[in-house]
Unconditional design. Structure first.
Length: 271
């Protein structure tokens, strides 16, 4: 199961359609579902900017539950924001079971910056930047702008915890949902790919579940130094000790990787 990135669609022949094709070519007989949110490709692309993430996750859970090919379990691969969206699916929808989660450049502690927009349309990107600067944590922006739902301002941690309708929830910032913890810990492997020359995700360490040290936006800390890990609010510490967390680094900017790297590094988790 593949979740596309911002400004992409399920079946773009140069991105998700291409990923689907190379997986099918290398693993004969595999069933690949590229998730589509909306009734057509334009809607699918627009929804990656403007459809409430919680509604997207609910829609994906419904698609997975209704697909007979996935009854026995499935591997999930999310690209960029698709990484944290699929983690929410793992935490909220244990049936059918997700076996392995592969997050390729996903921002698991959110972002604080929008340096280069991945979408085709620069005027949308400029508008998003301005909107996030003005009021990322207002109810209207939270409910109607996808990127605001994983906007994590380390200078306004209280506002983030209180008002983030998506990321603060799945990261257990307002209390412990034991079901989220149990469901995530059921994964065999949680693979996180970080792009070592990433100029788009701020901070890039979010791709490995790290973030800015609270109260400033210069120094970052790795996952193991975050309270999420030390208090084990999500089960990540226990998963780490059991060898279930896999941290992969790849040379290149955001979502830039070679076919050979994908074949040798990622495909083994799908077989």
């Amino acid at each position: 199961v593949v979740f596309p990135f911002t400004g992409d669609s399920c079946c773009n022949p140069h991105s998700m359609g291409y990923i689907k094709k190379i997986v099918e070519n290398k693993i004969p007989g595999i069933y690949v579902l590229s998730l589509k949110i909306g009734s057509n490709l334009i809607q699918d692309m627009e929804n990656s900017f403007f459809m409430n993430v919680n509604d997207q996750v609910t829609e994906v859970c419904s698609q997975l539950a209704q697909d007979p090919h996935l009854k026995g379990g499935y591997n999930a691969m999310g690209f960029s924001q698709g990484g944290q969206f699929l983690r929410a699916v793992a935490q909220r929808c244990p049936s059918p079971p997700m076996l392995n989660l592969i997050s390729v450049g996903g921002q698991h502690q959110g972002v604080y910056g929008f340096p280069r927009c991945p979408g085709e349309s620069s005027h949308i990107c400029d508008w998003i930047r301005k909107t996030l600067d003005l009021g990322a944590y207002t109810q209207a922006v939270q409910e109607h702008l996808v990127q605001a739902e994983y906007w994590h301002n380390p200078l306004k941690e209280d506002d983030y915890r209180k008002s983030s309708i998506f990321l603060a929830d799945i990261n257990q910032e307002r209390g412990i949902n034991e079901t989220y913890k149990k469901n995530l810990m059921a994964l065999k492997k949680f693979v996180m790919v970080k792009f070592l020359n990433d100029t788009m995700v701020d901070p890039p360490i979010s791709e490995w579940f790290g973030f800015y040290k609270s109260g400033q936006a210069k120094e970052t800390i790795p996952l193991k130094e975050t309270s999420l890990y030390t208090e084990d609010r999500l089960g990540l510490q226990e998963m780490d000790k059991a060898g279930k967390l896999v941290f992969l680094g790849v040379q290149g900017d955001h979502l830039q990787f070679s076919e050979e790297w994908f074949y040798t590094t990622i495909l083994p988790f799908l077989q």
